[in-house]
Write a protein that binds this ligand. Sequence first.
Ligand code: NAG
Ligand code: NAG
Ligand code: ZN
Length: 193
Amino acid sequence: MKAFIVIVLLSVADLSLQAEWSYDYETQWPGICRTGLQQSPINIMTQDAVLDPHQAHIQGPLQFRGYSDVRVTAVNNGHTLKWSGVPGTPAPVLSGGPLRSNYTFLQFHLHWLSEHAIDGMKYPLEIHFVHIKNGLTIDQALQRPDGLAVVGVMALVSHGANNDRALGEIMPVVPNLLDSTQNETAPKHIDMT
Ligand SMILES: *[C@@H]1O[C@H](CO)[C@@H](O)[C@H](O)[C@H]1NC(C)=O
Ligand SMILES: *[C@@H]1O[C@H](CO)[C@@H](O)[C@H](O)[C@H]1NC(C)=O
Ligand SMILES: [Zn+2]
């Protein structure tokens, strides 16, 4: 698997309480989901990307702390497969880049096909690592444009040993998650790097 990282800040559909929606019919999402100008999915056109030579917006690289040993449980919630940090265990922290605070890891989940596109191309898989701004509740974070920080990792699938390494931490439980009536899996340490 080849992967690269794009950061997107969004108030995220995946945390929505609305049960009746589907990724298969994005063009039929109602209201602001279709007409708004700051909505996912975003098609990132690289030729329209703006350089930030004076680091006015992006101040150095993203920093991922504590990603190598995370205690998670996994669940099939009917929309996606989701791995959530176990409350009360050390949580990874994201900072740097365009972020002005520390953001604590909540969960990651999968989108297949990718939600976002780059130069019009969707990827077979997009992994979203969702973080919440330190000091906020989820309700508070959803009200603020900077409340959540989501790192999207686009994946290209290919044959070879790298596939096993890239997804090896999560694949062992995937067969157990195919049935959405199953409870979340038992807590397990994984390496999210
Ligand atoms: C983020 O956390 C680190 C480590 O605890 C701390 O040194 C730093 O000041 C924090 N950054 C912000 C912007 O609060
Ligand atoms: C899920 O957990 C509940 C509560 O612990 C239990 O009653 C139920 O049998 C479990 N379901 C499955 C499919 O394991
Ligand atoms: Zn997502």
